[in-house]
Each structure stands twice: as structure tokens, then as C-alpha cells.
Design a protein around this ligand. Structure first.
Ligand code: SME
Length: 156
């Protein structure tokens, strides 16, 4: 079966609106969580060409690197550390317009300038976070938060 993604042009909202049903289609009929996480990262990378997009998954009291697209990254993040560990601990979406202003930010790459991190739920448990990094400042806003939440809720 062909799985080619149709890439939208236009503004951010138009891109998410085009992407959402395609991600739904990719996830439908596939129960394997890792396969679905992997395809979500690939679809987001392909549409938006984010610098880094990936999942960190709960492993006892830490997050461990899961499926991602982009440069190699740190593998383990402690609860409450960095943007990812803070999002997990507080169970909330965090938008960081300039990573240097976030206390304790973990710089996996010096090229990362802004990021968004959202908790991910499966069968109503938080199983980790989605982390998206941009090489520009101020890349993320409430549009990203809303659409990414909708995408991630497909996993619940
Ligand atoms: N910057 C993240 C760490 C993960 S990497 O950027 C891929 C953080 O502060 O949690």
C-alpha cells in the first residue's frame, strides 16, 4: 500500500489541517504503539521540516529516547529536568520561544533555538512526551499546541 504523504503549502494551520486526516489514516488499523509513534515523527518532519521531532518515553523514573527524526539526541532525561522532564512532571504542554531563557534546558544541539513539548497519553496514562525543536526562535504557538494535542490524542 502506498503511504505517500501529501504535503501542504500555505500557513501553519492549513498544514496541520492537511496533515491530521493523513496521520489518522496512518494510525488506523495499526495497534503497535512504536510503529505509530515512528510514523507521527516522520509525518511531522516531512510536512514541517522541523529541526528535531521525537518522543521521550517513560522508563521508571526517567524519560528515554524513543522514535525520532533529526540529529542524534541525548538518551535519558530525569523527571523535572529540562523542558521534557518538566512537561512530564507538571503534566502540561510547554512552549519555549528561546531555549536559553528556560532554566535547566538540556541542549542536545546548539542549533536548537525554540521548542514545544507535550505530554503523550495512552490508555489514559502519561507514557512520555513529544518534543519538537526548531532552529529558529519563536517557532511555536497555540496553533501548534492545539493541533499537536489533537494528533497525540489519537494515541490515547
Ligand atoms: N531540549 C530538551 C532535550 C531534548 S533534545 O532537545 C532532543 C529538553 O530541554 O528537555
Amino acid at each position: 500500500m502506498a503511504e505517500d504523504l501529501i504535503i501542504a503549502t500555505g500557513n501553519k494551520e492549513e498544514k496541520y489541517k492537511n496533515l491530521l486526516p493523513q496521520i489518522k489514516g496512518l494510525l488506523e488499523g495499526e495497534k503497535n504503539l512504536f510503529a505509530n509513534l515512528a510514523n507521527i515523527t516522520a509525518a511531522l518532519k516531512e510536512q514541517f521540516n522541523f529541526f528535531w521531532v521525537g518522543f521521550y518515553l517513560v522508563d521508571e523514573n526517567e524519560l528515554v529516547l524513543g522514535p525520532f527524526q533529526g540529529p542524534v539526541a541525548c538518551t535519558r532525561i530525569k523527571k523535572g529536568r529540562g523542558v521534557c522532564g518538566t512537561s512530564w512532571e507538571k503534566n502540561e504542554t510547554i512552549i519555549v520561544p528561546d531555549v536559553e531563557t528556560f532554566p535547566g534546558h538540556i541542549a542536545c544541539s546548539s542549533l536548537s533555538k525554540s521548542e514545544i513539548v507535550l505530554p503523550v497519553y495512552h490508555t489514559n496514562n502519561c507514557i512520555g512526551v513529544l518534543d519538537i525543536d526548531s532552529d529558529s526562535y519563536n517557532s511555536f504557538d497555540s496553533i501548534d499546541a492545539t493541533y499537536l494535542r489533537t494528533i497525540l490524542d489519537l494515541l490515547n
